[in-house]
Design a binder for this molecule. Sequence first.
Ligand SMILES: [Zn+2]
Length: 455
Amino acid sequence: MIAHNQHQQHNTWLTQSLIHDLSLLDTFDIFTDGSWSETGPAWDHITHNSPTYTGSAGLVIISRADNWMDLPIITLHIYNGPDINAISAYSMELLSIITALHILTITNTTCTIYTDCQAVVKKITKLQQTNTATRANTSDATLLTAAIQHLKSRGQLQSVKGHPERTQSDETLWTREMWGNHLADKAAAGSLTKSYYQYNDNSPFTFYINSLPSLDAPTLTPLLSPPNFWYFGKIGGQYTSRSLIDSVHHNRLTTYLQTRDQYRQRANQPPLWQTLNIPLASTLWQLTTNSTSRSLCNRLLFDKHWHGRNQAKAIDDPALHALISKCPLCVQPDSAQHWITQCNHPRAIDIRKSTIIKLRQQIADAVKSLPAYTSSIQYFGTSYLSLVTGPNIVPDIWRGLWTASQLDSFRTSYYQYIPPLLINSLKKLFLQLGQILTSSCITIWTARQKTIYEL
Ligand SMILES: [Zn+2]
C-alpha cells in the first residue's frame, strides 16, 4: 500500500530523557551497524524450506568532545528485521542509518553518520548525485528514499573500516572511529545491555553505556519517515524491503496458486499448488537469469503446456477424451508425470539414464571436495536419488516442485548439528541436483516434441 507520514515532529519514538541525554553530549556523531544471520534448523537453509533469519540494527552515539571516553555513550538496538521483509544485512544497515538521520531531524541538529557498509554509502551517494527516483524494482526503495529525503537537510554519511579488532589487536591504539564501529557492532548484536562496557578484563578503558530500550523494527519504521513523506509500505504503514514489483509478483502468484487449486477442487482433487515451494522452483529453473527459455520453463513448471491430459480437459465426449488423453508416443494416459518420469519412448529413457548419471557425478564431486564429510554427503545423495528414481519417487521434484514435508525429509532430527562447511556444501549440491533435473525436463520435452513431429 501507499502510506503517508502525517506524524509531525513532536509525535516521535524519541523520549524526553533521550533528548536530554543527547543535549549533554553537546555535539556528537552516530555510528551505525546492521547484522543478519541464519536461525532455525540448518536443513531449512540447505533446502530453501522457509528458512528463518534474525536481522537487527545498532546505533551508538558518541560525543565529539576530547574527553568522549568519559562521557556516556548512548546505544540503541533494533530487532525484528525479517518482519519488514528484509533479506540481508544491507536493509539492516540502511535501517540503522535512517534511525540515526531521524534522530538528527527530531533534535534539529546534524552530525556524521559512520557506517562500515560501503554498498549503502555508494548507493545513496549515487542516488543523490543522479537525483533520480528509486525504480519500481529496487529493493529497500522506501528506506533509500527516506534516507535521501532526510539527508537533504542534515547529516552526512562516511564509511569506516569494519571490525577494528581484526586489524589492530591492541585496543589502546584504537581511534574514536574504531571504537564507534566496534560498539555499533555490539549494539546491533544486542549485547550492550549493561551500564558499562569493557573490551576485555585487562582493558584500561571502561565506557559508560546508556542503553536505550530495544525497539521492534516494524513498529519503529513508520515513525522514521521524514515529514510529508509518501511511501510504499505494508497495511499498517510499516516499511517493507521488498520492491514494488516483487510485492506485485508476490500477490499475483498467491492469487494464481489459489485459483489453480480452486480448479482442482472443482475436479475433486486435493489442493496442490499452494503446498508447493514456488520461489524454490523458480530458483531451480533459473527463471530470473534464463531469459531466453523463460516462457518454456514457466509452462513446464506450471504444467501449462499442451500434453494429452491438458488437451483432454476441455473435451466432454468420453471416447474422444480417452483417445486424446493418451500419450502420443505410447498407450499410457498422458500427464506431466507421465512424460517426465514414465513414458517409455526410447529418447526419454536415454535422457533419464544420463540425468541419473549426472546426479551421481555431482554427488561424487561434492564428496571429493569435502572428503571429511563423505558419509553425510552420500547419505543425503542417496535420499535425494530415492525421491528422483524410487523407491520413494516424487515425480514433481523433476520439475523443481517440492512440498515443505518433502524438503524436510532429509533432516534426521530437529537439533541435528551440521558443521558450517558441510552446510555450504549441501546447499550448493541441493541446487545443482535440482538444476540438473529441471534442465532434463526441457531436454525430455524437446525430444518428445521432436518425436511427435517425426511420427
Ligand atoms: Zn508415453
